[in-house]
Design a protein around this ligand. Structure first.
Ligand code: SAM
Length: 182
């Protein structure tokens, strides 16, 4: 079984007009994705942000819940937040995973799917290096990110064409498809 990590990218991401922007860190994303990542046995949850003060905010959230007052109030949350890593770029996250890491990206829009969820799940259960499963913010990952991907996973669809899930829902559904037991 290959190690699996999650990344939430705040730059480069797209805005409504398709321009490259930098989104603001959302406290809820840090908590929610770290709990999903921990639940499905991910080794790391990389919060990718180029702005130092935003990385410090992520680190402060983690510290507050791992050593601060909230850690005493809700001790088990620190297990989830202990896998959070604030990094400047996606390249830093890939470097942290070491050689042989693969980049898998997700999108609500069809951007060139080359991997089904079934194939992705099977690949994870086989031999190979770590996998970084990447989610975007704002209006999605910039083409410079998805162009570098080793795998583009198919958009999660429900019933009908509308499928713009929150990144929190998309991460949970993705992890369950890849790593639910049985
Ligand atoms: N602030 C917004 C929020 O959380 O609702 C961010 C939206 S952002 C575009 C949502 C991210 O979640 C996408 O970049 C993608 O990684 C993932 N995502 C959303 N809907 C998806 C879908 N139907 N299939 C696959 N991934 C999806």
């Amino acid at each position: 079984v290959r190690p699996l990590a999650v990344a939430l990218v705040h730059h480069p991401v797209l805005d409504k007009e398709g321009a490259i922007v930098t989104s603001t860190l959302t406290n809820l994303d840090v908590h929610d994705l770290s709990r999903s990542a921990r639940t499905y046995g991910c080794t790391d949850f990389f919060v990718v942000h180029p702005v130092a003060s935003q990385r410090e905010l992520a680190t402060r959230i983690v510290e507050h819940w791992t050593t601060g007052s909230s850690a005493k109030r809700i001790p088990d949350r620190k297990d989830a937040l202990s896998i959070v890593r604030a990094v400047s770029t996606l390249a830093d996250a890939m470097a942290a995973l070491g050689d042989g890491a693969s980049l898998w990206v997700t999108s609500a829009r069809e951007i060139g799917t080359n991997t089904t969820w079934t194939d992705a799940r099977r690949a994870l259960e086989g031999p190979g290096g770590p996998v970084l499963l990447v989610f975007g913010t704002s209006w999605g990952l910039a083409p410079e990110v998805t162009a570098k991907a080793d795998a583009v996973l198919s958009p999660i669809l429900g019933h009908g064409p509308w499928n713009h899930l929150s990144v929190r829902a998309a991460c949970a559904i993705s992890l369950d498809r890849l790593r639910s037991p049985g």
